[in-house]
Design a protein. Structure first.
Length: 166
């Protein structure tokens, strides 16, 4: 698999594969291509390490990765979308929704009842993260709590949750 992008990333049928481990090499370039969301170098490196060890689904056409979703299992019945990114040229084409659907299927098969995701909260005005929160709301997540200093004062952490029907 290659992280290289084609001129028309939607010319082929999108397939969701995985989850697999060891996916940092193909996922890290997508993180780096989205500085409005992933602009902190230390965070990118930390995400890449996690992507190599945690279950990761990828969305691809032929052998071109367009997006990914990495899952962190917390407890017997609870998991988290640890990191998710879709190539900017492929936004608003159903790829993120397909990744979430695939992750939810995989988690339900393992008896996971609750799924969470953390994102920058609404107390920080930011268009990119407002779009992220809108996306997660559209796929069934609900805001649970905002932690103003979990990450740092500039990045308040909003925890969103979703009950999975097992």
């Amino acid at each position: 698999m290659s992280a290289e992008r084609t001129a028309n990333p939607m010319s082929d049928r999108v397939i969701i594969e995985g989850p697999h481990t060891g996916m940092a090499e193909v996922c890290e370039p997508i993180l780096r291509s989205l500085p409005d969301w992933f602009g902190i170098e230390d965070a990118i490196r930390d995400y890449a390490k996690a992507i190599d060890t945690l279950p990761t689904l990828v969305a691809l056409t032929s052998d071109t990765v367009l997006g990914f979703l990495t899952i962190k299992l917390h407890f017997e019945h609870a998991a988290e979308i640890y990191v998710m990114a879709v190539d900017a040229r492929s936004h608003r084409r159903g790829i993120g929704r397909s990744l979430v659907d695939g992750a939810e299927r995989w988690l339900r098969e393992r008896g996971i009842e609750y799924l969470q995701v953390k994102t920058v909260g609404p107390s920080r005005v930011n268009h990119a993260y407002a779009c992220t929160r809108t996306f997660y709301t559209a796929v069934g997540f609900r805001p649970l709590e905002e932690f103003p200093n979990l990450w740092d004062a500039r990045n308040p952490c909003l925890v969103m949750v979703k009950a999975l029907q097992v």
